[in-house]
Unconditional design. Structure first.
Length: 556
């Protein structure tokens, strides 16, 4: 077993004071004898600067007192210590500063460094991004994958480390966002089947004497300019093993069996990482300047339906809802026609006739001898279809599609998914890079985390809407992930007040089987990917560090 501790505390602009805080908290956590300790991001100083020179002065040198002292603490307590700091990469060039997670081994040696790959907002003005990808460090307690804050808001960095064989993610955060703990942190664990140890800040994230002024300028209430805390340790299945309180200095710990990572499987026996098909993901490494992912869109009324009864009853329910309900597109649960004696031609013909003289669309899945497909039907018949992208034990030797398609509809661009494809982060990212604003996904829910974490995360990290329809299993059905019209931080918002969430999508859970569930989605909001200054979810992704995602297949 490996004992892991995550520490949360506040810092100021006083580097010496912050070093004392780090040492005090490390000594406290050492009382439980952890094998690994993870500290928050920006341990040396608050990341709020008046000038580049100030940022340089507050940064540390790798051979300086701050780093040496923390190294001695790792040796004193015989623990692996992860500490995130800003580092001077040149003694005279003030613009060469990195945000770097340092790993010290049990003897106090600096054995690994991981520079931040994706910077958040004003960080872009003061720091340089990682020029190369940090791999996994193999310690005597397990294989550690290390990253910081914004790198965990989207999937790329963690995914690359998982492919490298990471068993424990060590994530240092400096975040006021409530959706870090609720969505992003556990998503990175469960989508990769890897343990996660995430340590967040508490206290003011900017100098206290500027809180009122910044709150007024940004429209963010002072209470949300504080580190949220909620540091946590998460299992590969998404279970929160330990969580610290909101915005209070603390540490928590848990004993984890890192061998569980290799055993993590889907209910049908499929291994998460082995489902990947890197040849489909080449878009991930393309320079964003060469990609166009924005186009016109309008609000859309989306619906979900999981019809029940005999085959004829289920079809009748679908036809009645087509006539009686107001919607633009309706997604039916996977399998709703599987035991009926409908050919695809007959099924499309029946739906086409019901949709005649309307601008409505119906998306469903259909099983054939060659496999399963998602089909989209309108008044003119089939307007789009998508074959299965990833293998799964549930579908046996199903024929796999060779591409991820995106289709123009009157209200915007859509991508269709079937099987487990909508849960795989690479798939939705590629669709978004191809311009998809809406994902239509007839699926069969297998595990609770698919709806609780995977699909909301796919929506959040790409700013796309998702309509995913399933029969109720594991006590839940499908869901709709909509979009907030107000999104970019530090800009005026007109439709809502900041509530502590950065990009947690509004969600509508699917009603009981047999009942239609609807939601109006402001689809035009999918064109705004700008999370904060110089932090576009797609354009500012670490495309140059995605080689592992497009080249490495994970074997048994």
């Amino acid at each position: 077993m490996t004992r892991v501790a995550v520490l949360q505390f506040a810092t100021t602009l006083d580097v010496a004071e912050n070093l004392e805080t780090c040492c005090r908290m490390i000594d406290q956590a050492a009382e439980v004898n952890p094998d690994v300790m993870v500290l928050p991001e920006f341990c040396n100083a608050l990341s709020w600067y008046e000038s580049q020179q100030q940022a340089f002065e507050l940064a540390v040198s790798l051979d300086g007192e701050f780093v040496k002292t923390l190294a001695s603490k790792a040796a004193q307590h015989k623990t692996y210590l992860v500490v995130n700091v800003t580092v001077r990469r040149h003694p005279l060039m003030v613009e060469q500063i990195s945000v770097t997670s340092l790993l010290f081994d049990r003897r106090g040696r600096l054995v690994h460094q991981a520079d931040k790959q994706t910077l958040m907002g004003h960080e872009n003005f003061f720091f340089q991004r990682a020029k190369q990808r940090a791999g996994v460090y193999s310690s005597d307690t397990g294989r550690l994958g290390i990253f910081a804050c914004r790198d965990g808001v989207t999937f790329e960095t963690a995914r690359g480390l998982a492919i490298d064989g990471a068993q424990l993610f060590c994530d240092s955060l400096n975040s006021f966002a409530l959706d870090e703990a609720r969505l992003h942190v556990p998503s990175r664990a469960v989508e990769n089947g890897v343990f996660m140890a995430a340590a967040n800040k508490v206290g003011p994230l900017i100098p206290e004497d500027q809180l009122a002024q910044v709150a007024e300028q940004t429209g963010i209430p002072e209470r949300f300019l504080m580190g949220a805390g909620q540091s946590q340790i998460v299992s590969p299945s998404g279970e929160v093993l330990a969580m610290a309180p909101y915005n209070q200095e603390a540490f928590v710990w848990a004993d984890v069996d890192l061998s569980e990572v290799a055993a993590n499987t889907r209910p049908d026996g499929s291994k998460l990482l082995q489902l990947r098909r890197p040849e489909l993901y080449t878009e991930l490494s393309v320079n964003p300047a060469q990609q166009e992912y924005q186009s016109s869109a309008r609000p859309v009324i989306a619906a979900m339906l999981a019809p029940v009864g005999y085959p004829q009853q289920r079809m009748q329910t679908v036809l009645e809802n087509i006539v009686d309900e107001a919607f633009d597109v309706m997604v039916l649960a996977e399998g709703c026609f599987d035991d009926a004696n409908y050919s695809l031609t007959d099924l499309v013909g029946t739906l086409k006739q019901a949709l005649a003289d309307s601008a409505k669309y119906v998306c469903f899945s259909f099983k054939q001898a060659s496999g399963i497909r998602a089909i989209l039907v309108g008044s003119e018949g089939v307007v789009a279809s998508q074959g299965l992208l990833h293998p799964s034990q549930r579908y046996g030797d199903a024929e796999l599609a060779g591409d991820i398609g995106v289709h123009q509809l009157p209200f915007g661009k859509v991508a269709l998914f079937c099987g487990d494809d909508g849960h795989i982060p690479e798939s939705v990212k590629v669709a978004a890079l191809k311009g998809a604003q809406l994902i239509l996904y007839p699926f069969s829910l297998q595990q609770a985390w698919e709806n609780q974490l995977a699909l909301p995360s796919r929506s959040a990290e790409n700013r796309v809407a998702i309509v995913a329809s399933s029969y109720h299993k594991v006590r839940m059905g499908g869901l709709i992930c909509s979009l907030e019209t107000d999104f970019t931080l530090l800009t005026p918002w007109s439709d809502r007040q900041f509530d502590g969430h950065i990009n947690q999508p509004p969600m509508v859970l699917q009603g009981a089987d047999g009942e239609i569930t609807q939601c109006k989605i402001p689809l035009q909001a999918a064109n705004n990917k700008l999370m904060s200054a110089d932090t576009d979810l797609l354009a500012d992704r670490p495309f140059h560090l995605c080689e592992r995602l497009i080249a490495q297949r994970v074997s048994a």
